[in-house]
Design a protein around this ligand. Structure first.
Ligand SMILES: Nc1nc2c(c(=O)[nH]1)N[C@H]1C(S)=C(S)[C@@H](COP(=O)(O)OP(=O)(O)OC[C@H]3O[C@@H](n4cnc5c(N)ncnc54)[C@H](O)[C@@H]3O)O[C@H]1N2
Ligand code: MOO
Length: 402
């Protein structure tokens, strides 16, 4: 059996970048840009006032008082020089008129009829945002490979962009296998359960920024499984759940081989998720995840998500890992690393971790009541109060401040 890290390496060695597409700027949010964007102009485009106040030539301030000669709102570009000895009332964002070089905020002057008196010290150049202070024409502002968050979207907009060329979203086919499965929305019958894996995997895909294509359920026979998997190969990547262990009705691996696929690995030393398989079939990566709901979701996190993020151009493909204090003892009696589901909370600047109770691979509530995974090495016994590393699964933790 190979290790989690070996499995990840094999997967990434078969994972390449998807193509690109031009999308409206707002649709580029949380995607990775595939072009270098240079500034077509300076920002700011001229010297602007940074305050609502008065502008004047510093050399004209004699005795701390000036005549007010006019008003400059934002949105107007003055061309006439201001007469010597004059101050102009100016609003934040308005260009500084020729002849002026200093701004004083309104609260720092006494307004006396048509004159103003400065209340305190003023320095030449105060409260002016300089032309090109942020960006000069020709500067590389957003580099290819950058993740577009709201600030990047904003700066691209300030450069006149209304679209962006980004890496395509991965289209991912999702197939569940099993005679026991009913369509979501059904009422359970004896011996049957609802196919919840397709929905949870689709949700994980959406969260990773990919597009799920729902292939439904394949009954437990080789022919149906092969046909459904073959349909899924039209996508960029295929994820199946169930039918990948050693049962008499586990046909996924045989179907992959029948389709000419190469199984790159089967079984990884981990719990839950051991019977996971990864194959390349007709040039497409196929992840055959175990059927147990937690095993499928944990294996998705460790294997499918990093592959998808790589395909979509991301540089950070792994969840953030932080150190936190365990509030209870945990132990791994097995011979495989155990992903213990924990709830992580930030208390007085420190992460504190508690397990989510029964860690059965079929118990989805071990994930719903938590937001992190502790990878516990084989045979480890950790006492309460110890510091351990935890993968943060909750997006709200990604920036470190829930
Ligand atoms: N003799 C052995 N048996 C099992 C082993 C083993 O090593 N030797 N491994 C166990 C482990 S670990 C796992 S995990 C499961 C994985 O088996 P499969 O991937 O073949 O999954 P199934 O048998 O099809 O299903 C397992 C379990 O999950 C439920 N399930 C399946 N699909 C769905 C779905 N779409 N939505 C909700 N729940 C689903 C299914 O009903 C089963 O209860 O094998 C162990 N066995
Ligand atoms: O590894 Mo199975 O994936 O424990 O449930």
């Amino acid at each position: 059996m190979i290790s989690i890290e070996e499995a990840q390496q094999i997967i990434l060695s078969h994972t390449g970048l998807l193509g690109t597409e031009e999308v409206p700027l707002l649709h580029a949010l949380h995607r990775v840009i595939a072009e270098d964007v240079h500034a077509p102009w300076d920002i700011p485009g001229a010297d602007h006032s940074a305050m609502d106040g008065y502008t004047f030539a510093y050399d004209d301030v004699q005795g701390g008082s000036l005549e007010v000669c006019g008003f400059l709102p934002a949105g107007v570009a003055p061309t006439e020089p201001v007469s010597p000895g004059c101050a102009m009332k100016i609003m934040t964002g308005a260009p500084i008129p020729p002849g002026c070089d200093t701004v004083v905020p309104v609260e720092d002057v006494l307004e006396e009829g048509t004159t103003i008196r400065l209340r305190g010290m003023v320095k030449r150049g105060d409260h002016i945002r300089r032309r090109g202070e942020e960006v000069n024409a020709g500067d590389l502002v957003v580099a290819s490979g950058s993740l577009l968050r709201p600030p990047e979207i904003g700066i691209l907009s300030s450069l006149g962009k209304t679209t962006a060329t980004v890496f395509r979203k991965a289209r991912v086919a999702v197939l569940s296998t099993g005679d026991e499965l009913l369509q979501p929305g059904s009422i359970p019958e004896p011996g049957k359960i609802i196919n919840s894996n397709s929905t949870s995997i689709a949700a994980q895909l959406l969260e990773a920024g990919a597009e799920p294509l729902m292939l439904g359920i394949a009954r437990d026979d080789l022919e149906t499984t092969r046909r459904k998997i073959s349909d899924g190969l039209q996508a960029d990547l295929l994820v199946t759940t169930g039918g990948v262990s050693v049962g008499d009705r586990d046909f996924v691996r045989d179907a992959l081989l029948d389709l000419g696929g190469e199984i790159k690995f089967w079984k990884v030393a981990m719990k839950p998720g051991k019977p996971v398989a990864f194959a390349m079939v007709r040039g497409k990566p196929v992840f055959a995840l175990p059927g147990n709901p937690v095993a499928a979701m944990v294996a998705f996190e460790q294997f499918v998500r990093p592959a998808l993020l790589t395909m979509m151009g991301h540089a950070r493909i792994l969840r953030p890992v932080v150190r936190g204090t365990l509030e209870e003892a945990i132990r791994n009696r097995g011979g495989r690393p155990h992903f213990v589901r924990v709830s992580v909370r930030l208390e007085a600047g420190r992460y504190r971790l508690a397990t989510t109770g029964d860690q059965g691979s079929a118990r989805l509530s071990s994930l719903t009541s938590g937001n992190g995974l502790v990878k516990l090495p084989p045979d480890a016994a950790i006492v309460a109060g110890s510091e351990v590393e935890v993968q943060l699964l909750d997006r709200h933790f990604e920036m470190g401040h829930p």
